[in-house]
Design a protein around this ligand. Sequence first.
Ligand SMILES: O=c1ccn([C@@H]2O[C@H](COP(=O)(O)O)[C@@H](O)[C@H]2O)c(=O)[nH]1
Length: 291
Amino acid sequence: MSPFGQRLADAVAARGPLCVGIDPHGPLLQAWGLPDSPEGLARFTDAVVDALADTVAVLKPQLAFYERHGSRGLAVLEDAVARARAAGAVVLLDAKRGDIGSTMDAYADYLRPGHPLAVDAMTVSPFLGPGSLQPAVDTARLHGGGLFVLARTSNPDAGTLQHAVAGERSVAQVVVDTVRGWNTPGWVVGDPLPDVAAGRDLASRFGPATGSLGVVVGATLQELDVDLDGLGGPILAPGLGAQGGSAADLRRLFGADRAVVPTVSRDVLSAGPDPARLRAAADRWTAELVG
Ligand SMILES: O=c1ccn([C@@H]2O[C@H](COP(=O)(O)O)[C@@H](O)[C@H]2O)c(=O)[nH]1
């Protein structure tokens, strides 16, 4: 199997950049006429996978909405992830895991091919220190998986923590520079953080050289307050639609030359359960994003 960055670039080239999040909120289940139960969860998830897994590049199930239904919820997710990947979608598990390295190693099992919930990539949280994520980086490299590290998130008060200054850089910038380091051959945690100049040769657009280690930067920012140049990996951009971000915001923040994966959940999901309407909602976002 090719590395995650390559698989992602291929999917984007074939289907456009859109990622649709699968977030079965209780109110959404209700709006779809479904019970807030494992049965309702399965019908909701199956409908989204059936409608979109063969048309959008990336599907991003939000693990929290499956865990809240216990083991039956996880069984629904395992089945859906396998079907979505078989239909050609890249699956990104929004797990936001982060812990000391020895535990992080276990969380990274989602990237091992034989895992019951094996996915292409997962989101991880660096706030125990970037080095705590090293086991996940190692597992991703070993199995061709991908990681998206939370850097500058889309929630309104994210800056109160992520803009705190650590040395001469904001926390968000330390995260971005660490990921830039991981995408740079030979760099290891503990080496001086690479600056932007060191990353100039790294790919910033989708293509054969797209790296497999990316960051999360919200589409809701007033301005792009982290330097992403030469990151060498993709940028997951949540916050579109329900959180107020738009395709114009994406262009304003990221321009046209970065490997951005815009992700939308509620704004597409609220068009269901009719599969044609779900597809039309996703198509509308794709048209806006590439237009
Ligand atoms: O900074 C972040 C990181 C992750 N998310 C997740 O994305 C979706 C957004 O859902 P919408 O319905 O499109 O608002 C959700 O799963 C979040 O947990 C994010 O919003 N911001």
